[in-house]
Design a protein around this ligand. Structure first.
Ligand code: 13P
Ligand code: SF4
Length: 298
């Protein structure tokens, strides 16, 4: 299968981008694996005609919005993100109408239609930096992740209007599961994703994007690290840090949509040149502004 993918990749002049939560075998055939921000940045510098995006739909959509001249394929278009679907463009328009002076900020885990309604987007890797750019008195509506929004409010000491969206996968983590993991691995730092609820974030040592977790693991002297996010990241953490041990807080923390991309699916996407991710130009133009505003923040 790997040889077949390599052959098709050369024939189609394609690159394969994969998120850190993908199946290990998919990460292994990818040209680049990263978090949402790294993938969005990487999508702007791709030297190929075709991008096969292994991850969930909004990520492939972001790559398509940033590359109007390229073909972006997603092996399984049903790989959605339930959090991204927790707010529609219409609901955001209604929210904005209630807060006429506010800036609208969306987590990148959102649909193109929602991004099109926003002034700027953020990822978990840059949310603090992006939001710090607004003056403290600026009213902000933040959608859809209440937890990432609340996390940044805490870091910056500000108040935002939050939408009650959340990640169903990270919702499975509890403060008790963090305490149990600490008891099982005394002294090991505990990393969680900012999509976790406040009591879980407070119980951890670090709140990091998946890319931030990879950096932490590389730079830390700790030989054992407890990881509170989707278990797909363990593949990369273990491959990049052979002398260190990584323990999931909960080995049932699986995002089913991230697992929909298989090697067979990648091969078929390249063979059949499907499924094409297409965003209507009128939406793409406005969504691109919000994404590019984010990428301009260094
Ligand atoms: P990262 O940007 O940290 O990789 O997170 C993406 C995501 O969907 C987390 O659930
Ligand atoms: Fe969406 Fe959660 Fe899956 Fe990330 S882990 S893609 S936020 S459902």
């Amino acid at each position: 299968m790997k040889t077949e993918i390599e052959r098709l990749k050369a024939e189609r002049r394609a690159v394969i981008l994969a998120h850190n939560y993908c199946r290990g075998e998919v990460q292994d055939i990818a040209d680049f694996t990263g978090d949402s921000l790294e993938l969005a940045r990487r999508a702007t510098t791709v030297d190929a005609e075709v991008i096969v995006f292994c991850g969930v739909y909004f990520m492939a959509e972001t790559a398509a919005i940033l590359n109007p001249g390229k073909t972006v394929l997603i092996p399984d278009p049903s790989a959605g993100c339930p959090m991204a679907d927790m707010i529609t463009g219409e609901q955001l328009r209604e929210l904005k109408a209630k807060h006429p002076g506010a800036k609208a900020v969306c987590y990148v885990n959102s649909t193109a239609e929602v991004k099109a309604e926003c002034d700027i987007c953020v990822t978990s890797g840059n949310a603090e930096r992006v939001l710090a750019q607004f003056p403290p008195e600026q009213e902000i509506v933040f959608v859809p992740d209440q937890h990432l929004g609340a996390h940044v409010m805490g870091l910056l000491g500000r108040r935002y209007v939050l939408w009650p969206g959340y990640c169903p996968t990270h919702a499975a983590l509890t403060a008790k599961s963090i305490a149990d993991a600490r008891a099982a691995h005394p002294g090991a730092p505990v990393l969680v994703h900012p999509e976790c609820a406040k009591d879980v974030r407070d119980a951890a040592d670090e709140r990091l994007s998946t890319g931030g977790m990879c950096r932490y693991a590389r730079e830390s002297d700790a030989k054992e690290i407890v990881v509170g996010t989707e278990v797909g990241i363990l593949h990369r953490l273990r491959a990049e840090n052979p002398g260190k041990s990584f323990f999931p807080v909960n080995d049932r923390l699986v995002c089913p949509n991230m697992k929909k991309t298989t090697l067979e699916g990648v091969a078929e996407a390249l063979r059949e040149m499907r499924h094409r991710v297409e965003v209507p130009e009128a939406v793409a133009v406005r969504a691109r502004r919000a994404i590019e505003a984010m990428l301009a923040v260094k």
